[in-house]
Design a protein around this ligand. Structure first.
Ligand SMILES: [Zn+2]
Length: 547
């Protein structure tokens, strides 16, 4: 761990350039007492350290809280004074004790743990610190992630015997006197495990995301993504992750390679869009990817859906300075960002979290697969013009968007939101409930045929099964043309006609207020694909307000 950190500090520009003088409101001081292992809470202020060079560093912990009976020790209004005085090491659960030990051995004095550094029964303190998450993790020296521990009693699972992970021979080669020309070579008996295989963050290669307890929790996504350095404590080995290197106990010097960091084939909406690494298209795909990963994760409180992502959103804003953040969607990604669909079975939350046009209105897994093309080889190669890179949004326009934040934080929880679009709206469409299919395979979810006058005209992916529209009137708002090389293949019953003559859109119902239809107000209930474009020809442009 020390070698990874030293080398990252010394050699990685990307990991060191954006350090600011920032300190969380409270930290655990691990060197408060001359003797013994005890620690205490301290409040340090950046202005107390005049020299930037001597700003104290701190380590952060990412961990699962676990079920109520195994909850970690916390700081409350009642015990804050005691905690500022002394915290006995024996009071700390295994994971915290491991974190204290590792932090000390790394030569660091301060540690930030959410349950101890935020006053848990003080709503104001909690809201203030939660809004600072981007900074707390972003400015942390290193994050220790108890990846494979389902609660705080399980410790960091420090793996002591590297032989557990397979036999290998090791020898040094090259010029041992000169760092730059010396090599260490390991020869493995069995093929070493890939980083992503160990961590489990590649649903496209490994069918699903991994099931390490920590990566199934919603809050921990931003803890990982915001940290400049992460040390993940896995089942069999430790994993290192910084902005320039991914490595493991097995392959400690493994440099991040493109094939390790699987990237989606980026889809661009217009020919002129820039496919450069870090460019707008890549950043849009990255957001889609983050949201998909996030939707797989669980929350103890459903209403934390937007707050648990707010640090990441706040951070992402730097990449999309012109965009407005709208309940989990960026305004500059509209209207294509509306084309998500649910996977497996999903439901609506118990209380209002987000408008129906946002993926955040769903409790369950969502995917942006409709926006992905088949990777035909080279990653960023130019494709011939005739392959219809230009995404035809027709005359669709975004007329008005509004969101009402619940607190002051525009990235946090919201009270309401609406989106007005003007475009081609298809009326009098139907879906035959007898033909509903529940799919439990990789592309699972609930799908049905969309019909007009008894004829199948497209496919309908329902957001939530309970919202099966037996009696409701259905509408379809055209969003964009179907791409020629979609990652999802067209169902066999829709094989008639050219792909170029098909569109995707949203399936809507009229919003019902006090038992009566409110004019022009609609709810989204699903995604429509491969809908016959010519049906929209006779429709007049309509303005629909989605709630
Ligand atoms: Zn680094």
């Amino acid at each position: 761990m020390r070698t990874w950190i030293q080398s990252c500090r010394k050699n990685h520009d990307a990991c060191n350039w954006d350090l600011e003088s920032f300190l969380p409101s409270r930290l655990l001081d691990l060197q408060a007492f001359q003797t013994g292992q005890d620690v205490k809470l301290v409040s340090l202020r950046t202005e107390d350290f005049d020299d930037q060079q001597f700003q104290p560093e701190y380590v952060t912990l990412s961990h699962c809280w676990g079920p109520p009976e195994n909850r970690p020790v916390t700081t409350t209004k009642a015990n804050l004074k005691d905690r500022m005085n002394r915290i006995s090491i024996d009071e700390l659960s295994n994971t915290f004790r491991d974190a204290v030990r590792i932090t000390r051995e790394l030569g660091e004095r301060y540690l930030w743990i959410d349950s101890l550094c935020i006053i848990q029964d003080d709503g104001d303190d909690w809201a203030r610190e939660a809004a600072l998450m981007a900074k707390i993790y972003g400015q942390s020296f290193c994050t220790l992630a108890a990846l494979d521990s389902k609660d705080s009693t399980e410790g960091c699972r420090l793996v002591s015997d590297i032989q557990n992970i397979g036999n290998f021979l090791e020898f040094d080669s090259g010029d041992s006197k000169n760092d730059r020309f010396s090599y260490r070579i390991r020869i493995f008996e069995d093929e070493p495990r890939e980083w992503h295989e160990e961590y489990g963050d590649n649903p496209y290669r490994h069918r699903d995301y991994g099931n390490h307890p920590l990566r199934t929790r919603a809050w921990t996504l931003q803890e990982r993504e915001l940290s400049r350095r992460n040390i993940h404590f896995g089942k069999d080995q430790m994993l290192w992750e910084c902005r320039e290197l991914k490595a493991s106990t097995q392959l400690p010097w493994h440099h991040k390679k493109p094939e390790d960091d699987f990237e989606q084939w980026p889809i661009r909406n217009q020919l002129f869009e820039d496919l450069a690494p870090g460019g707008s298209v890549q950043m849009r795909d990255r957001w889609y990817g983050l949201v998909e990963d996030y939707s797989f994760r669980r929350l103890t409180n459903e209403t934390d859906k937007l707050p648990a992502l707010s640090g990441l959103a706040q951070n992402f804003q730097h990449a999309v300075p012109q965009a407005e953040y709208l309940a989990g969607i960026w305004s500059t990604h509209l209207p294509a960002a509306l084309l998500w669909r649910t996977r497996y079975t999903a439901r609506r939350p118990m209380s209002y979290i987000a408008p129906t046009w946002s993926w955040a209105s769903i409790v369950g897994n969502i995917t942006y697969e409709s926006q992905r093309l088949i990777d035909t080889g080279g990653r960023f190669e130019e494709r011939p013009q005739e392959s219809h890179f230009d995404c035809d949004f027709g005359n669709l326009s975004v007329e008005r968007i509004s969101t009402r934040p619940k607190h002051n934080d525009k990235y946090g929880a919201i009270l309401s939101a609406s989106l007005s679009l003007n475009g081609a709206l298809l009326t009098n469409i139907d879906s035959n409930p007898q033909l509903w299919r529940l799919e439990h395979d990789y592309h699972g979810g609930c799908q049905a045929n969309l019909t007009k006058d008894g004829v199948v005209v497209g496919m309908f992916y329902l957001d939530v099964l309970d919202e099966m529209p037996y009696t409701k009137e259905l509408f379809c708002l055209k969003i964009r043309a179907e791409p020629h090389t979609s990652q999802v293949s067209r169902p066999s019953e829709l094989f008639e006609g050219e792909v170029g003559d098909l569109v995707m859109g949203l399936v809507l119902t009229k919003e019902i207020g006090n038992g009566i239809h409110v004019s022009n107000q609609y709810s989204r209930i699903g995604l429509a694909r491969w809908v016959t474009m010519s049906l929209f020809e006779s429709s007049r442009p309509s303005t629909v307000t989605l709630l």
